[in-house]
Unconditional design. Structure first.
Ligand code: ADP
Ligand code: ZN
Ligand code: ZN
Length: 727
């Protein structure tokens, strides 16, 4: 009887592939979960061995041997493999590609595993002998001083010296320091003691702890600043005391050095970060340390949900409503939903924390599937900020700000406090217009206005990334009266600098935070007890504790009130509450100013008068009436092509196949995508809707097979999104 290896290969095909064992490999060494290098067409791929079978449907003379067994131990344990298989089925994505996604990049290649241990820096002999040159406060000198006391790991350096990476590069070039791997475990340090928990915090900790050892989902619903992080820390300590691992997920922009530092100060063990800002090597090492059970606390963004946890004790999803948990391309999983699947198979508690839980989560609380633990009060002395509406109708505005608001900012500065101006639009202005003839700078590939970025003097398309110089004259009429319309963060920054020339004004958006460590450095420009102004996009909505910040101005809510997306109201509510939560975090009370042309909008009124929970209840009701999630379940077929005809043909065929399939299934469309054209391609979509998840789940695999076989499918680019977030 031949042995046949069934291998998941990272290719866009749903089936497994059969191979013979590699020559001269012992049968006992072939364990599911190990990686194998296999020939695939004319290339070689790293696949994952899933099963060892007795026979194959492929005729034996056509079976090829795998080239190499890459691991002595399974890299993916049974739990992770099983959860990922579930995800491949649920999200209708090829298993080989799902497994590839779950592995850190360093393990997707047929290379030996990196040495166990942590990346660190140490002085070279030259470095040890060198006497300091240049300014004593220069980062390079500070780094040399730190390393003079012994080697330091990257996480330790993150804590000790923001911006050390640039300094390290220059010192390495001069041969003063080297990168090493520290194999000894991080020395245990004396953690700082946190504040005593208040009654509600303690209650939450007790309830969650009482459930340990089995699957139990909790929602920790606490306004910003109510002390959710303290609850997480207490739960992590309990997991550590039981010798277990804890995985904490935070939104992409939430994993700031500040939160890492707080975890590192407070926990008695190493805290491992996992996010896209790290090198492939660092991520691989952390992943492997977790797989060995050595990394006890892992703090990461979305894809950290694929971390192996052989000794799992707790999973926390902070800001569970955050949109960055949904992967928007390729394998379109939702990390929060997948966390529940993992927690179930690991038999651990999962804590979903938020001031503004998603409606999906609230619906699960309503049906009793999740337990809600509220934190109603702000921790310590902090109070919730007081909301104020600024009715913009008929008012004179200065670059989009009302006189009333400018006066309030002036008063705030006068008291020596700090203000935050929130505008969810980066760049200088979203429109550049010719006053002579009405021409507008437009992206021809997306049919949308280009945003003016004045600092770099470029016109950019925020949809496809197109980038071009700003014309000196109008290309239509040669007139030179080009003017801007609307305002982005750059324009607001200019105006506020002009109004408050003696105050630190800091802008935080994608442009100013491109470099590593830059977010931290920007925040450092605000001295805690000095007046200052922060301007920024939603990057500002979370993560930072600014005790002297007492005024928050939201200057663009209206965009969220009128949108085609059925989630717009929910998002508006979450954003307002989150941004407002930046104010008055310490002893000083805060105020939130909302500028709007629609002061009587029912959603806005409900939010301000009765709070987020009431808003959520109102929207849930509306969605029930309209038949939208969470009361129904969706899958979205998206397609794009260079012209409309093939797109239409493909989606028409797909619609016909779907509408005859199951009476419980509704096919809405085909219809143009919210952006019908992007990067030069036409886009359209078909929405499938069912009352029961199972209706969709039964239908989708067969339908996808039919779609793959359509000749029309070859002429378009298409993808399926199960539980889409953006429609
Ligand atoms: P959240 O995660 O809900 O935004 P945090 O845990 O960050 O809230 O707490 C907000 C602030 O309140 C932090 O400065 C924290 O140290 C402080 N804090 C939290 N819990 C307590 C407590 N029980 N007593 C005093 N201060 C607390
Ligand atoms: Zn013109
Ligand atoms: Zn474009």
């Amino acid at each position: 009887m031949p042995t046949v290896l069934r291998v998941a290969v990272p290719v866009p095909l749903p089936q497994l592939f059969d191979y013979l064992p590699p020559v001269d490999v012992d049968a006992a060494a072939l364990i599911p979960g190990c990686r194998v290098l296999v020939p695939f067409g004319r290339t070689r791929r790293v696949g994952v061995l899933l099963e060892i079978a007795r026979e194959s449907n492929v005729p034996s003379h056509r079976l090829k041997p795998a080239l190499m067994l890459l691991d002595a131990q399974p890299l993916l344990d049974a739990e992770l493999l099983c959860s990922l298989m579930w995800a491949a089925r649920y999200y209708q994505y090829p298993l080989g590609a799902v497994l590839e996604c779950a592995l850190p990049i360093g393990l997707r290649q047929a290379k030996p595993l990196p040495a166990a241990g942590e990346r660190a820096l140490a002085l070279t002999e030259t470095g040890a002998a060198a006497s300091p040159a240049g300014k004593p406060t220069a980062r390079t000198n500070l780094l040399l001083q730190i390393l003079a006391q012994g080697p330091r790991t990257y996480p330790e350096l993150d804590n000790a010296l923001p911006g050390w990476r640039a300094a390290a590069t220059s010192l390495r070039k001069r041969d003063l320091i080297v990168g090493i791997t520290l194999t000894t475990r991080a020395r245990p340090h004396m953690p700082m003691i946190g504040p005593p928990l208040n009654v509600e915090q303690q209650h939450a900790v007790d309830e969650i702890d009482a459930a340990h050892g089995r699957f139990a989902p909790f929602v920790l619903e606490g306004v910003t600043g109510s002390g959710k992080t303290e609850v997480y820390l207490a739960l992590i300590e309990q997991a550590l005391a039981r010798g277990q691992q804890a995985l904490i997920l935070v939104p992409e922009i939430g994993l700031t050095p500040q939160i890492l530092r707080r975890f590192r100060e407070r926990l008695p063990c190493a805290v491992h970060a996992l996010h896209s800002g790290l090198s492939d090597g660092e991520r691989t090492r952390t992943w492997l340390a977790a797989a060995r059970g050595e990394a006890q606390v892992i703090l990461g963004t979305r894809s950290a949900i694929f971390t192996p946890l052989p000794r799992a004790g707790l999973i926390v999803i902070d800001e569970e409503h955050d949109a960055s948990y949904k992967q928007q391309e390729g394998f379109r999983y939702h990390a929060r939903d997948f966390a529940l699947v993992r927690a179930r198979s690991l038999n651990v508690s999962v804590v979903l924390g938020s001031a503004t839980p998603s409606l999906e989560t609230l619906a699960n609380v309503e049906t009793g599937r999740y337990r809600c633990l509220p934190l109603r009060e702000r921790a310590g002395a902090a109070r919730m900020p007081i909301p104020r509406i600024v009715d913009l109708r008929g008012q004179r505005l200065q670059h989009g700000l009302s006189t009333e608001l400018i006066r309030a900012i002036r008063d705030c500065i006068g008291r020596g406090e700090q203000a935050l101006v929130f505008k969810n639009r980066r760049g200088y202005a979203p429109v550049l217009l010719c006053h002579g003839c009405g021409w507008t700078a437009t992206c021809t590939r997306c049919n949308k206005p280009l945003t003016l970025h004045r600092r770099e003097n470029r016109l950019r398309c925020h949809h496809c990334g197109a980038d071009r110089p700003v014309p000196i004259a109008c290309p239509e009429c040669q007139g030179t009266q080009l003017q801007t319309q609307g305002q982005g963060t750059e324009k607001l920054e200019d105006m506020l600098i002009e109004l408050f020339p003696h105050v630190a004004v800091v802008r935080i958006d994608r442009e100013t935070t491109r470099r590593k460590d830059s977010l931290e450095q920007l925040f450092a420009q605000l001295t805690p007890d000095q007046p200052g102004i922060l301007i920024g996009t939603q990057m500002l909505a979370k993560g930072h504790d600014l005790p002297n910040l007492t005024l928050v101005a939201i200057v663009g809510v209206d965009e969220g009130l009128f949108s085609h997306d059925f989630r717009a109201g929910e998002r508006m509510g979450q954003l307002v509450v989150q941004v407002a939560g930046r104010a008055g975090r310490a002893r000083k009370p805060g105020t939130v100013w909302l500028q709007t042309h629609h002061p009587e909008h029912p959603l806005l009124l409900t939010l301000l008068r009765r709070g987020y929970r009431e808003l959520a209840a109102q929207i849930l009701d509306e969605r029930r009436g309209a038949g939208f999630p969470p009361h129904t379940h969706l899958a979205l077929l998206r397609a794009d092509a260079s012209s409309l005809a093939p797109l239409q043909e493909f989606l028409d065929r797909a619609t016909t196949l779907a509408s005859t399939a199951d009476k419980n299934l509704q096919a809405l469309g085909p219809m143009p995508a919210p952006m019908p054209r992007r990067a030069g391609r036409e886009r359209a979509q078909l929405l499938l809707l069912a009352d029961q998840r199972s209706t969709l789940q039964t239908f989708l695999p067969a339908w996808l097979n039919q779609l793959r076989a359509l000749p029309e499918a070859k002429r378009v680019r298409w993808s399926l999104d199960v539980d889409p977030v953006d429609l």
